[in-house]
Design a protein around this ligand. Sequence first.
Ligand code: 4AD
Ligand code: MG
Length: 478
Amino acid sequence: MSEHQKNNQDSAAASPLALRRVVTTLSEGQAGESCRIHGWIRTRREAKNVYFVEINDGSCLSNLQAVISLEDGHEAMQLERLHTGASIELEGELVESPGKGQRVELSVRSFTVVGEAPPETYPLQKKRHSFEYLREIAHLRPRTNTFGAVTRVRNAASMAIHSFFQDEGFLYLHSPIITASDAEGAGALFQVTTLDIARAAASGAEIDYTKDFFGKPSYLTVSGQLNAEIFACAMERVYTFGPTFRAEQSNTTRHLAEFWMVEPELAFCALEGNMELAENFLKSVIGAVLRDCGEDMEFFDLRIEKGLIEALERLVSSSFTHMTYTDAVKELESSGRDFEYKVSWGADLQSEHEKYLTEEVVRGPIIVTDYPKEIKAFYMKLNEDEKTVRAMDVLVPRLGEIIGGSQREERGDVLERRMRESDLDPAAYWWYLDLRRFGTVPHSGFGLGFERLLQYVTGMQNIRDVIPFPRTPRSAEF
Ligand code: 4AD
Ligand code: MG
């Protein structure tokens, strides 16, 4: 072994091990190894001259149990600082654990409490806290089992999304966050401005947007779709994956003001290809999370949503049911259910309707297509009936809509007419219309709400609990 290799080995041995390696990959045969770890104390238990200290460093759900013998002459001052929430570095020997619940434990030779957490004031004590309370301490909730697991699943799902599209030959496109156009034509925009709004309001004068930073009103994007269409009409297959913003006053468990959206867009593709892509995509990403996050998924199945893993496995191996909006309305009308929102052809499907269809009628995911044009965005391709558009929503049990997409209107004249009908100024979308003027092509795409996917995969009830820092009406703390 060269000196260089030896040095490398020494420094690797000296650097702390992630618990994931210690807890999930070290086998009993490796017991007896010396190791260093660090993390935060989850709990401390005292028994006959021994402290059992559970350590977690976020790399996996499991804690490592560290056993500190009080007879080993540790400094009394250090021992007093061993409380839930404190950060700690430890060094010792991995030994087979005689106790239940863990294969190996750390027999501690020495340790240092790096930063203490006074038990009188540390907000995360050992008991179970409600998710509502944890939202109020979003700076500490990553230290809980649930949010650790959500964070790891969120990471794994992000990577699985990129892998899926990269394998399918899609290019990752960075669409802009600031935009001057309303991609959904729905008016739920957050304005971006450097003008002194307070002064303008006080003076009563009309606001002069030519003096604003971009020379015209601009907003945070509601969707990267229109930008993705530009690139799909040149690169054929692209996808975006980034934050999007909606100023809807929707205080529900499924809406955020800032959420992450995945938006593939494909040229030379009609609605059928789009539906196939959406189905393959969902199955691939969910399959990857089941495969890569076994420990966390078992936790969600046990603690959050009974039967979760089985339901997800079923989704991965099933085929999605297809249904037109018109047939969906018929199903709902003949259900005999007393829905809060009445159903009739032309009305948008509410989440109670979506849940009924997925949970009671089909008992699985459904792709609903061909919605009335009045309830969908201006860019969706008009069907020959002139009443419906080539829209598709993917609905799943427990949640309802998880994906919204469509074939896009590629005929310039029809698109322009649809814009006018939707009170949009075609002049403002001149570049979008140009795509139909020069080398137009049938193209399609969809948007997956990333947090909705995470809700579905983890079983978490509230969308605020699957994003690190939720932004909702009247709430932008942290
Ligand atoms: O159905 P939406 O509005 O479709 C679009 O934005 C299209 N431009 C997508 C496309 O075709 N490229 O939104 C897509 C998905 C929804 O199905 C839902 O999962 C999610 O985004 N979504 C939200 N997620 C959290 N909070 C909100 N306020 C959301 N609004 C939509
Ligand atoms: Mg939608």
